[in-house]
Write a protein that binds this ligand. Structure first.
Ligand SMILES: *[C@@H]1O[C@H](CO)[C@@H](O)[C@H](O)[C@H]1NC(C)=O
Ligand SMILES: *[C@@H]1O[C@H](CO)[C@@H](O)[C@H](O)[C@H]1NC(C)=O
Ligand SMILES: *[C@@H]1O[C@H](CO)[C@@H](O)[C@H](O)[C@H]1NC(C)=O
Ligand SMILES: *[C@@H]1O[C@H](CO)[C@@H](O)[C@H](O)[C@H]1NC(C)=O
Ligand SMILES: *[C@@H]1O[C@H](CO)[C@@H](O)[C@H](O)[C@H]1NC(C)=O
Ligand SMILES: *[C@@H]1O[C@H](CO)[C@@H](O)[C@H](O)[C@H]1NC(C)=O
Ligand SMILES: *[C@@H]1O[C@H](CO)[C@@H](O)[C@H](O)[C@H]1NC(C)=O
Ligand SMILES: *[C@@H]1O[C@H](CO)[C@@H](O)[C@H](O)[C@H]1NC(C)=O
Ligand SMILES: *[C@@H]1O[C@H](CO)[C@@H](O)[C@H](O)[C@H]1NC(C)=O
Ligand SMILES: *[C@@H]1O[C@H](CO)[C@@H](O)[C@H](O)[C@H]1NC(C)=O
Ligand SMILES: *[C@@H]1O[C@H](CO)[C@@H](O)[C@H](O)[C@H]1NC(C)=O
Ligand SMILES: *[C@@H]1O[C@H](CO)[C@@H](O)[C@H](O)[C@H]1NC(C)=O
Length: 796
């Protein structure tokens, strides 16, 4: 009762006491304020002054306006979030009126209605207001029902047809809130349709699924979900400290997979060195179409289908779907003859996955792109007299996993004596490292032969354009002030901080003991540079000069995760591979709160899933641990050192294997005889997850908590969570008191349960990294896993 009273009291207070300052600040327009002319320079403000609505002049034209809503309190370029979709242009003679039947209308000088359709009908008392959320309201009409390219927090995305989000340039549509479409051709989809973005950066989806931005939970942020003119759907976040919009989630990672980026016959390539991330190049036998830099045309038309041949384009896929036919054939030559038999077949894609998937391109070549993520090659049909050679070559032989190791080890005898057992454990680990080293060496030799063959046909002149920027040694010397600012020493080499002439701050990594010639180095670096993900450290360029092998990365300011998780005194000495970390800073690092830990977990999971699933398994990381997780602004995690293992000199492979799969993060299959698969990364990630929650190294003994002999972190965590039901016992003691079970239980519970799934003894039992990311997001239900055992003692 008293509460009701209080509420009604407050309410009446509000009604009786309208703030005079507010009413002067044009927060609502009643019928007396109309007509509203574009030339009047009036704006309607939301009470919190976050948003404004009004006519906006189009910069390129003095007599052309839009009626829009934009952020009012952001300096710099205006970010519009909504515009009236008129059926004719708004000019100086147009006006916004309220008719004598209380309809809000935008009319031209002749009285014709430009907008809206259907009509916005109010009553004589209705006013036009702009709500704090950015919703323009008149009567029962509201702009939130008619989104343009942007969705604001709390705005419901209707899956209805006709109200779909559309990019400003009208090229791309977010159909039914779940499919991205260009010209009726789908290039991205999600299982559960989007419903709305909430204030914390989370997208609520159908079936209760959620998707979380990388700054999830960060307070006092403006956020929006926008379908950009490049066809990507992104969540942006604006923090007043940064003073600019930051991308905190995006649907498409490889921009070249967005349909319509390039025109017919062209092949889209990512370009890491350029401000424009994609470029359209022509396949051999084709040239740029006149007046259209994004499309290509064939040089010698295919007049006689019998007189044609095929050029192989490695890693190229044409993904126009309406003109493709999928065939399952026994082998390559069957696929080729099917294409030859069809006079309208312009080429075919063939996938080297052993399943013989063969796709003929009939009539048109659309949406071509080059990416190391495609396991296939495209065979382009050209006239026999064509003399162009294919310049999309050479990389097929790199399609192996980075850690193709089988370690054969006798299992230790089943000892009951604990001292002996401990000795056995230590020896086993030691032996495993040695043996894996030897095997690495052997595997490498085999690969080296392939490299050598490849290098012969792979002159620098045939390398694809648009790779990472090639720096001269002098440029990097100048950028790093003669390599004076050492910020880290790692297994791969020393790291210096520097600044390029365009003022980008970079981390310059001078690699030690790198194998191979320029061409191979170039090829590897090109592939690394093409891995684009919010949560991967970006490679901007390299230098291969005078025997130097230098990589130029974006600078990630906050150092690596271990510094934050494990206070310095507790960092064990055996694992000193410290990278990209400011040396000699004595300032203690802040303690990461639960939301940040959760975001780090999610970001890392997504990046690994990207490496595994979109870039192929050859980018197994093989060394996931807190040292390799760098923290950017707002503690956005970025994985470093992916793909580097391949650059090592063969003599180093023995010690490499030790650095690789650092003890404690190594999956059981490294020690057992099983092959290494992506599930080895999943295991390492599981350990990192547990460490994120517990704040202790997984192999650190828990002192009084446990007898050392049986200590196995995952099992202990399993017991706590699933048997004793005491999640609190494994929480990081440093922030335990900040743990609020209402706010954090869900996040922490998901992290721990996901971790235990990742830490299953048998690789098959572990989820894929994509599933892991979904488990963390809460998109899939997490069932109870089996108890992890001590892997190297218990036979699986
Ligand atoms: C509305 O506010 C803007 C800026 O605050 C001012 O320039 C404009 O004249 C105001 N219009 C009316 C009708 O009050
Ligand atoms: C406008 O933004 C600044 C920071 O960018 C903030 O300090 C100020 O309070 C905001 N004003 C309003 C009215 O929201
Ligand atoms: C505003 O836009 C122009 C051109 O689109 C761009 O050059 C400029 O950097 C932008 N300014 C800000 C502050 O974003
Ligand atoms: C409303 O305006 C229209 C013309 O704009 C006029 O024909 C009609 O009579 C008016 N109706 C009333 C109730 O004033
Ligand atoms: C715009 O559409 C409305 C409703 O469909 C129509 O009444 C109006 O005449 C159209 N205006 C122009 C300028 O085409
Ligand atoms: C308009 O407001 C007046 C006074 O508040 C009220 O008497 C009248 O019923 C309202 N008209 C409508 C259509 O709501
Ligand atoms: C979104 O809705 C919630 C609950 O309805 C409300 O507390 C919050 O203020 C709204 N957010 C915005 C930006 O208006
Ligand atoms: C929406 O449009 C698509 C194709 O454009 C159509 O297949 C679908 O049935 C439509 N859905 C509804 C609810 O109208
Ligand atoms: C859209 O597709 C149609 C046929 O499906 C084609 O004729 C047209 O050129 C395409 N438009 C663009 C912009 O690609
Ligand atoms: C194509 O590119 C050339 C040079 O890169 C440029 O001069 C020309 O304006 C471009 N043409 C079109 C239609 O974009
Ligand atoms: C090529 O693109 C199509 C359509 O996007 C896709 O279904 C197919 O899997 C791709 N092929 C490869 C080898 O990635
Ligand atoms: C291949 O060569 C053509 C010219 O023959 C050129 O336009 C294209 O950019 C080259 N492609 C690559 C990947 O370098």
């Amino acid at each position: 009762m008293s509460l009701l009273f209080l509420i009604s009291f407050l309410f009446s207070l509000l009604l009786l006491n309208p703030s005079p300052s507010l009413s002067q600040q044009n927060h609502s327009f009643s019928s007396s304020d109309f007509p509203w002319l574009p030339t009047q320079n009036r704006i309607l403000l939301s009470p919190n002054r976050d948003f404004a609505a009004g006519f906006m002049q189009i910069p390129s034209s003095s007599n052309h306006y839009t009626f829009s809503i934009w952020y009012y309190n952001i300096s710099g370029n205006r970010t519009t979030v909504w515009s009236a979709k008129t059926n004719s242009t708004i000019d100086r003679t147009s006006s916004l009126v309220i008719s004598n039947t209380s309809e809000l209308r935008l009319i031209n000088s002749a009285g014709g209605t430009l907008w809206p359709e259907p009509a916005a009908i109010g009553n004589p008392n209705s006013t036009l207001v702009l709500k704090d959320e950015g919703n323009l309201v008149y009567g029962t009409w509201q702009s939130f029902d008619y989104p343009t390219d942007t969705i604001l927090p709390n705005q419901t995305l209707k899956a209805k047809n006709g109200t779909a989000m559309q990019s400003k340039n009208d090229k791309f549509i977010f159909q039914n809130s779940k499919i991205l479409v260009f010209n009726s051709s789908e290039y991205w989809n999600i299982d559960n349709a989007f419903q709305k973005l909430d204030e914390n950066g989370r997208v609520l989806q159908d079936n209760g699924a959620t998707l979380v931005s990388s700054d999830f939970g960060e307070p006092n942020r403006l956020r929006r979900l926008t379908l950009d003119n490049d066809g990507n759907l992104r969540i942006y976040s604006f923090g007043s400290e940064a003073g600019e919009w930051e991308v905190v989630w995006q649907a498409v990672q490889e921009m070249c997979t967005v349909h319509g980026t390039c025109g017919p016959n062209a092949i889209c390539m990512n370009d890491a060195s350029n401000s424009d991330p994609t470029s359209c190049v022509c396949p051999p036998g084709f040239r740029k179409r006149a007046n259209d830099n994004n499309s290509c045309e064939i040089k010698i038309p295919l007049r006689n289908p019998g007189n044609t041949k095929f050029l192989q384009l490695d890693y190229v896929n044409f993904s126009g779907s309406s003109d493709q036919s999928n065939l399952n054939v026994k082998n390559f030559s069957m696929c080729q003859s099917r294409c030859l038999a069809n006079p309208n077949c312009l080429g075919f894609g063939f996938k080297y996955d052993g399943k013989g998937s063969c796709v003929l391109q009939i009539d048109r070549l659309l949406y071509g792109y080059w990416s190391p993520g495609t396991e296939s090659a495209f065979f382009l049909r050209v006239d026999k007299s064509e003399t162009d050679r294919s310049n999309f070559t050479g990389m097929t032989s790199l399609l192996e996993t980075t850690c193709p190791v089988n370690i054969r080890l006798p299992l230790p005898p089943d000892e009951s004596n604990t001292t002996t057992r401990n000795i056995v454990i230590i020896c086993t680990l030691f032996a495993a490292e040695l043996i894996s080293g030897v095997l690495f060496f052997w595997a490498f030799l085999k690969k080296y032969i392939k490299y050598r063959d490849m290098a012969r046909t792979f002159g620098l002149e045939f390398l694809p354009a648009g790779g990472p920027k090639r720096f001269t040694f002098a440029e990097l010397k100048a950028a790093t002030n003669d390599f004076s600012n050492l910020i880290g020493k790692g297994g791969f080499g020393d790291v210096y901080k520097g600044e390029l002439t365009d003022h980008r701050v970079v981390a310059v990594k001078c690699l030690k003991n790198v194998t191979g010639g320029d061409a191979e180095f170039w090829a590897e670096v090109t592939i690394i540079a093409r891995m684009h993900h919010l949560n991967l450290v970006r490679l901007w360029g390299f230098c291969a000069e005078k025997g130097q092998r230098i990589l130029v990365y974006e600078y990630v300011p906050n150092g690596s995760l271990d510094k934050y998780l494990f206070p310095a005194s507790r960092v064990p000495s055996l694992d000193k591979e410290v990278e990209m970390d400011p040396i000699g800073t004595d300032v203690p690092n802040p303690i990461l709160d639960w939301n940040i830990r959760y975001r780090i977990a999610l970001g890392v999971a997504r990046a690994i899933a990207y490496l595994h699933e979109e870039c192929l398994e050859w980018v197994l990381h093989c060394d996931i641990k807190p040292e390799n997780i760098l923290l950017g602004d707002d503690f956005c995690p970025k994985i470093s050192d992916f793909g580097l293992a391949k650059l090592r000199k063969k003599e180093d492979m023995v010690s490499m294997s030790r650095i690789r799969g650092t003890r404690g993060y190594m999956a059981p299959e490294w020690v057992k005889m099983d092959p290494i698969t992506p599930k080895a990364d999943v295991y390492s990630f599981g350990m990192v997850l547990l460490e994120l929650v517990s704040g202790v190294r997984n192999f650190e003994m828990q002192g009084s908590l446990m007898d050392s002999e049986d200590w196995y972190f995952p099992r202990w965590a399993f017991d706590k969570v699933f048997k004793e039901m005491k999640v609190e016992d494994i929480l990081d003691r440093q922030i335990k008191h900040f743990y609020d079970s209402r706010l954090h239980f869900d996040l922490v519970d998901r992290m721990v349960k996901t971790a235990i799934w990742c830490l299953q003894d048998r690789p098959e039992a572990r989820p894929s990294m994509g599933k892991v990311a979904k488990m963390l997001e809460g998109t899939v239900e997490i069932t109870e896993p089996k108890e992890p055992k001590i892997f190297y003692l218990v036979d699986g």
